[in-house]
Design a binder for this molecule. Structure first.
Ligand SMILES: [Zn+2]
Length: 397
């Protein structure tokens, strides 16, 4: 796991400018100098400008928050270099890799290429990079991606661990349980299912295959949900604490006065997030505190760089998804509205299916999408997706 500080970012940007490829020192044993030379050749042969930045980002990386696409945005913003960025996605299984693509201008149909490469060569990172570059040059990836999904649906191997293409249905059903109260039958089974579901919840959505869905027992749904709530609570506490420490440690250069408003925004976000966690709070508040802490972190990064900061809309379907990249039409409480969506949710809506990982909370015995519940400023602003001034909405009486 690596953190990207400003000098490292400057090195990375210079290196991408030279030959289009940067490999984190921590990945040197996995990607040798010879591998890198082959990747550089392949990058030079791509028909469009292409950049490969291989780093396993630490989740508490101050510049990116651990999100590979943020790294691409930083490099693009700093250097103005548009094109296709190939990055290493977060790893939920330490023996396998999966790449992510971020293109400028946005292109939403590139994701099959890294997914197919990950399915073919799950443990071979340099091989995956070369294969992804090859697939990006051809029309092959879409067909291969569909074949993989069909194959998994038919042989029942779609547990999300082997091929990188998740099985349809399972994660979606994790959010649709109804009753609770049945005694847990086997802790081992629950934990195994929990692990599978948590893994699947983080993966990209695929259309639901009719008639093949695997329905989880309600108790497992409840257990998964409680584990998810605890995970959010731990993440929020950690993020708020880390933000406070980063604010204390940050050096604000007085010559870069442009960052003063961003500095104030970082402090305000920290203050409100911290207060939420220190009083009685709901699961919805915890997600809100986490959103505020992440925004505070973005504001702090801007402040330290002497830049202004404006909050950007988060994904309407789940505020903890990557940032919104486009707007999609969605049936919100029986009215069609344009809502911001992350890449994965945009792909789902474009395919006319509900995004798999919509934020929901249990009300009574039933989970409901957060935007169908009355959660005050959280639901009113879509956690800052419909109204980006989330802090203002919270502080207004
Ligand atoms: Zn999303």
């Amino acid at each position: 796991m690596s953190r990207i500080d400003e000098p490292t970012l400057a090195d990375l940007e210079a290196e991408l400018g030279r030959d289009g490829v940067w490999v984190a020192p921590a990945l040197r044993e996995v990607v040798t100098a010879r591998d890198e030379a082959r990747i550089e050749e392949a990058v030079a042969d791509q028909p469009t400008p292409t950049y490969v930045a291989l780093v396993e980002l630490s989740y508490d990386d101050p510049l990116t928050g651990g999100r590979p696409e943020e790294l691409a945005f930083l490099v693009r913003d700093d250097t103005g270099r548009e094109g296709t960025y190939l990055l290493l996605g977060p790893r939920y299984d330490q023996s396998t890799y999966e790449l992510q693509v971020q293109a400028f201008p946005d292109e939403y149909d590139l994701y099959p290429a890294p997914a197919v490469a990950a399915a073919e060569l799950p443990q071979d990172l340099p091989g995956q990079v070369l294969r992804t570059l090859e697939l990006l040059r051809t029309e092959e990836a879409d067909t291969l991606y569909d074949e993989l999904r069909e194959q998994e649906a038919s042989d029942g191997s779609g547990d999300g661990t082997g091929t990188g293409v998740p099985a349809p249905g399972a994660a979606e059903d994790a959010g649709s349980g109804t009753d609770v109260g049945v005694v847990l039958a086997g802790v081992g089974l629950v934990l195994a299912l929990l692990a599978a579901v948590l893994l699947l919840r983080r993966r990209r959505p695929v259309p639901r295959a009719r008639g093949t869905a695997f329905v989880l027992p309600d108790t497992v749904v409840r257990t998964v949900r409680e584990a998810e709530d605890r995970r959010h609570e731990a993440l929020a506490e950690e993020a708020v604490l880390a933000l406070g420490e980063a604010i204390d440690a940050a050096d604000l250069d007085p010559r870069r006065a442009g960052g003063l408003a961003a500095w104030q925004a970082a402090l305000d976000h920290y203050d409100v997030a911290s207060r939420i966690l220190h009083r009685r709070h709901s699961a919805a508040d915890v997600v809100g505190a986490l959103v505020l802490a992440r925004r505070g972190r973005e504001a702090l990064t801007a402040a330290v760089r002497g830049r202004d900061w404006q909050p950007t809309p988060s994904c309407y379907f789940h505020p903890l998804h990557g940032g919104a990249r486009s707007r999609v039409r969605w049936d919100h409480l029986d009215t069609w509205v344009d809502v911001p969506a992350c890449r994965d949710c945009e792909v789902a809506v474009a395919r006319d299916v509900e995004p798999r990982d919509v934020l929901d909370f249990v009300e009574g015995d039933r989970p409901a999408h957060y935007f169908r519940l009355d959660l005050g400023a959280w639901s009113r602003t879509g956690y800052g997706s419909l109204d980006t001034d989330l802090l203002g909405a919270l502080l207004r009486p």
